[in-house]
Design a protein around this ligand. Structure first.
Ligand code: ADA
Length: 579
């Protein structure tokens, strides 16, 4: 995947996207017949892609083998996969390198002594579910499978920089940041090696650490704290970014970072001390012609549509999005909610009490933090969505995730989306109360929204959490693109437009509500095999159809959002601090 900047100037990297060979393995014979030594009947495919879009494979659930030969000058290689759905098993020259579970975070393998010459890389991607899968089989999206994100091979030499994160604390006046950089280093050479890692911010040397590592040793190292005076702050109005570059004598790694402070005070979310009203949209990174292997050009187009809508925030429902999308948001000043695919309707109370599932979720959070930590656009870590939050197992799981994400997730708000606030037991363990409510669609009428937030506030008061800001993280109605009728007719574009505009105005006028994320940006393919039976086989609640053609609702939401944005910039609008 092409990031929006160069991560390496000195490290030799080769992208392995493009032509691969693939073979489906519906009878699960691939391993016993040793397809890792060469596919018996491989056919051309392009990577990244989803295999379901190959002829006759739309409903396929099972293993698919992929194979690619590449040439290497030899030495210590790192093979990185940005996303393989859902379980991956990887071999190099027939030897097993390892496995990974979870399609929306990346993983790497280090091969310490590769020979010079041609190598055969084999991957088995399996989109089946089991009792411990996250998500479980029941989801409201398609069971896509395959190598959905980029693959690359890199040559590591000497002391190599495997990963880094920039931790910082801003002082109260936001005029000085205390910074330290935490990095994972690896000695790629067969001999004990001493070197120094130099850390620079926008080209200015900020810190340096000397160390000696044994052959093939990995170590986490932290710089001495250093300070950045008068940092340019990241905000939607002025998304200032810095380039953080790390280098050793033989390796380098660059990332983009930003300084900003998000906090909750007096029932509001403050960004750099200013109250924020979230004008958001939920977006799946999905398209009927590409599945979850979303092309970068379409990504840029989605962003244009989102900006044109007047949005200042996106919820990446329901999994970590591609890093290049977050690069785009970092640059554009859009705020982001990043979550893992614990999609509640699929999770029973028993599943939430299963230690393997809870541990699997924690591992996904760990990977999300490791890979996305530096993006200033991420204001929210999402723990889960619509779980049965009225049971003890849910409380325990939420508490442990909340603690973990607060401790290690940097300056972020930790939240989850609840669809049962009247009986939810997890509301202590979150920074904002986030609600998925479909009044006017699954239940009730549009007019039921009037007074709804006040009723919820009564319960929040009784629980002692009424000081938490409220966000409507999902609400909406389905509309079939091109279906026009009286505005009271369900499935019509008119009804959807009217309902969304009504909701947004009701939310906007309530002092306890700090914003909303419309469900959803575009229609997405859903899956009958997942137990979701929807018109056309699509979730039709998009304000654009799946090909990004706007429905009436797109214009209705846009009108509201532009109006709210204008009000925000006026004195005494929502942009003012509440008394
Ligand atoms: C839930 C869920 C979404 C989607 C939505 C709907 O709130 O979080 O993924 O399924 O309902 O359309 O019903």
């Amino acid at each position: 995947m092409a990031r929006l900047f160069e991560e390496h100037l000195t490290r030799a990297c080769a992208c392995l996207d493009g032509a691969w060979r693939m073979q489906a393995d519906p009878c699960d014979v691939g391993e016993s017949e040793q397809w890792n030594l060469g596919l018996p009947n491989g056919a051309f495919t392009s990577v990244p892609s989803v295999f379901n879009l190959r002829e006759g494979m739309l409903d396929y659930e099972g293993a698919v083998f992929y194979e690619k030969n590449f040439f290497s000058g030899g030495g210590c290689l790192q093979l990185t996969f940005d996303g393989v759905l859902t379980k991956a098993k990887v071999w190099l020259d027939g030897d097993l390198l390892g496995t990974h579970t979870g399609g929306f975070t990346g993983f790497s393998f280090i091969v310490p002594n590769a020979a010079k010459g041609w190598h055969r890389l084999t991957v088995c991607a399996d989109n089946r579910f089991d009792a411990h899968s996250i998500p479980q089989k029941k989801v409201d999206w398609y069971h896509w499978g395959g190598i959905i994100r980029s693959v690359r091979v890199e040559m590591l030499r000497g002391i190599a920089i495997l990963s880094e994160r920039m931790e910082y604390t801003l002082d109260d006046a936001l005029t000085s940041a205390a910074v330290r950089v935490v990095m994972r280093l690896y000695n790629a050479s067969g001999a004990e090696t001493s070197d120094a890692v130099r850390v620079a911010l926008d080209g200015e040397e900020a810190a340096s650490v000397s160390l000696t590592l044994k052959p093939h040793e990995t170590r986490e190292v932290t710089t001495q704290p250093f300070s950045v005076q008068s940092p340019r702050l990241w905000s939607p109005e002025s998304p200032a970014l810095y380039t953080l570059s790390l280098s050793t004598a033989t390796d380098d790694l660059a990332d983009r970072v930003g300084f900003r402070l998000v906090e909750v005070k007096n029932g509001q979310v403050l960004l750099n001390h200013r109250p924020v009203e979230f004008r958001g949209v939920n977006r799946h990174e999905e398209h009927p012609d590409f599945g979850f292997a979303f092309p970068q050009t379409l990504m840029a187009r989605d962003l244009e549509l989102i900006r044109n809508l007047g949005c200042n925030a996106v919820r990446g429902s329901h999994y970590p999005n591609r890093k290049d999308f977050l690069d785009l948001l970092d640059e554009s000043g859009l705020m982001f909610w990043s979550e893992i695919p614990i999609w509640g309707c699929g999770f029973s109370r028993e599943a939430l009490a299963d230690p393997l599932i809870v541990a699997g979720g924690l591992e996904m959070h760990r990977e999300m933090l490791e890979q996305y930590y530096n993006h200033p656009c991420i204001l929210f870590w999402g723990m889960h969505n619509e779980i049965p939050s009225d049971c003890a197992a849910a409380v325990e799981m939420s508490r442990s995730y909340y603690r973990y994400l607060k401790e290690r997730g940097g300056n972020r708000l930790v939240v989850y989306a609840s669809n049962q606030p009247e009986k939810d037991l997890c509301l202590q363990d979150c920074d904002c109360v986030c609600l998925n409510i479909y009044l006017g669609w699954y239940e009730g009428n549009p007019s039921d929204w009037d007074g709804y937030t006040d009723r919820i506030l009564e319960r929040l008061r009784a629980l002692g959490v009424a000081d938490k800001p409220i966000l409507y993280s999902e609400f909406g109605a389905a509309a079939l693109f091109g279906c026009h009728d009286e505005d009271t007719v369900l499935w019509s574009e008119e009804y959807q437009a009217k309902l969304l505009a009504h909701c947004l105005r009701v939310f906007h006028s309530h002092p306890a509500v700090v914003g909303a994320f419309v469900w959803q940006f575009a229609d997405i393919r859903t899956c009958l095999a997942a137990g979701i039976n929807r018109a056309r086989g699509f979730n039709n609640k998009g304000i654009l159809n799946e090909y990004r053609k706007p429905k009436l609702a797109y214009h209705a939401v846009r009108q509201c959002y532009l109006e709210f944005a204008r009000a925000e910039s006026e004195p005494n609008g929502k942009g003012e601090m509440k008394p």
